[in-house]
Design a protein around this ligand. Structure first.
Ligand code: XMP
Length: 516
């Protein structure tokens, strides 16, 4: 029974797919409330959501696993009998097909793919006969289950969309929630507003007020320190925390020796006059000592995560603070495998990289449910300078994850110089406006060169320039040749120990943005 005071809403079952949270965000962008539940939620758990919303529909997310695996995630079948429309995305579609006697086989599809829409009805209403959609799956539905109608296909997926019309259960093999699906928003809007008939009358809470309240409710009249790397996320988190705590907050910037050229000095300059207590800690020696000889990327990340905490603990003791505030955002959590069923892609230093014991009463992440573009929006509202809000992201583990293999002072110096050239040359050109990140990587491959008529045997530097909206997916940039040539000439001429420069032409997926 619908309750007038409650918003209409959609339940999302999380099977561990990388984009699950994005589905919730897209539904909320339609001004319809949404809640994410783990995939083992029972019908009663979903019914219980009716205390906060009028349940209008259910979406099943994608998953890193296969429906054919022995320990495959399943579904309480009662959920399909709740009388509200259901939409299965990717693994969600495969699960529906598998449960009802469809035929699945291994057939991989990856990236932007042409989908031929044979039946433009329901969630596909208003679409053209050929749509560009984002695929990322290994299992494929070859035959729809009896009683289900196939709606769309691709060159490799005979059933890329299907429906059980009577029960209003829909399935899409592709991901309408990612920006690469050209009309993804229309597909989700068709499902939420037309098929489920949800009223778009929900408005999100003010994000600044919400975050300030969250910090206040945890810290009370205590003290906190904020980990300020100087990147967008920690700067926005610092501005929010300063609003909440005023003089009971101290910002700590750790120079772990893995910074880009002039980075820490720049952070000090940007924040010294902003009414924030700020301390810059020179911790170069201890980080490099702990990293010495370690080549495994995940281990490097964990060492760095732990060492950061140890420095923060020391500073917190001096300031008498019990809480640590960080600028962790949602993609950091999902990549670190922190949501149930999701796979660990890489352990972000400030999430999975935290040590198991810490002196803090609690670590507070006021931005933990937000994406970078939302954080930037907050930063602008909080009046942070444009250069800071629109800075390219820089990972907490810094250049350590851009040096493949062991990190040494000498390699750091080579990389810093190469990176500064990439940044300088890219920023001279207007194409830099639309970029997410541009940087140099020091690979562990050496190669033969010729410098000044002499044989040289030196490092290979990779140049990475990517475009992205939320870092969940990214494309390498079609950077102008003349920019790449200038970068290559300068690195080759100015850094004696580099004999080869290559351009990284991999999207994410299959690569990640950082090399480690
Ligand atoms: P990947 O390499 O996973 O990176 O595609 C996605 C975005 O996250 C940044 N990144 C990190 N940021 N701590 C951070 O603060 C980390 O451990 C970390 N690892 C990656 C990366 O620069 C990119 O923008």
């Amino acid at each position: 029974m619908a309750t007038k005071d409650l918003p209409d809403g959609i339940a999302i079952l999380d099977f561990g797919g990388q984009y699950c949270h994005l589905i919730a965000r897209r539904v909320r962008e339609l001004n319809v409330y949404s809640e994410i539940l783990p995939s083992d939620a029972q019908r009663a758990d979903i019914e219980a959501l009716n205390s906060v919303m009028n349940l209008k529909g259910i979406i099943f997310s994608g998953s890193p696993s296969s429906v054919k695996a022995q320990d495959a995630l399943t579904l309480d079948p009662e959920i399909l009998e709740m009388g509200v429309p259901v939409l299965g995305l990717c693994y969600g579609l495969q699960l529906l097909a598998n449960m009802h006697g469809g035929r699945l086989e291994k057939a991989r599809e990856y990236g932007v793919t042409k989908a031929y829409i044979d039946e433009p009805i329901g969630i596909l209403e208003g679409l053209t006969s050929c749509e560009m959609v984002w695929m990322s799956h290994g299992d494929t539905v070859f035959e729809a289950p009896p009683g289900w109608k196939p709606l769309a296909r691709t060159d490799r997926a005979p059933v890329a969309a299907m429906v059980h019309e009577e029960k209003q259960v829909w399935g899409l093999q592709w991901h309408p929630e990612v920006v690469h699906t050209e009309h993804g928003k229309e597909m989700l809007s068709n499902f939420v507003l037309k098929v489920c008939k949800a009223e778009p009358n929900w408005r999100p809470l003010d994000a600044v007020e919400e975050a300030v309240e969250k910090i206040n409710s945890i810290v009370g009249d205590g003290r906190a320190i904020i980990a300020l790397s100087g990147g967008v996320d920690s700067s926005v988190a610092a501005a929010l925390a300063a609003r909440a705590l005023g003089g009971r907050l101290m910002a700590v910037h750790v120079d772990q020796g893995l910074m880009r050229m002039n980075e820490s000095a720049g952070v000090y300059e940007a924040f010294k006059d902003r009414g924030l207590k700020l301390e810059v800690v020179d911790a170069k020696k201890r980080f490099l000592e702990r990293l010495e000889g370690n080549i495994e990327p995940e281990l490097k990340r964990k060492i760095i995560g732990e060492e950061f905490i140890r420095v923060f603990e020391e500073k917190a003791r001096e300031f008498n603070a019990d809480y640590l505030i960080q600028g962790t955002i949602y993609p950091d959590r999902i990549e670190s495998g922190l949501t149930k069923n999701s796979d660990t892609i890489k352990t972000h230093h400030n999430v999975g990289g935290l040590p198991s014991t810490m002196e803090f009463k609690q670590v507070i992440d006021p931005l933990e449910d937000l994406y970078k573009d939302e954080v930037r929006g907050l930063g602008e509202r909080l009046g942070l300078p444009k250069e800071l809000v629109w800075r390219q992201p820089f990972p907490g583990p810094g250049l350590a994850v851009r040096i493949v293999g062991p990190v040494t002072e000498e390699k750091l110096e080579v990389l810093r110089r190469a990176d500064a050239i990439v940044v300088e040359e890219v920023e001279k050109h207007e194409f830099s406006d639309g970029l997410w990140q541009y940087f140099a990587v020091l690979t562990d491959t050496k190669s033969t060169g010729v410098k000044g008529d002499e044989r040289a045997y030196g490092y290979t530097v990779a140049v990475r320039i990517v475009e992205s909206i939320d870092a969940m997916t990214a494309n390498f940039s079609f950077a102008p040749w003349e920019v790449l040539e200038r970068i290559s000439n300068r690195i080759g001429n100015e850094i004696t120990s580099v004999t080869r420069i290559v351009y990284d032409i991999t999207h994410k997926p299959p690569s990640t943005i950082e090399w480690e």
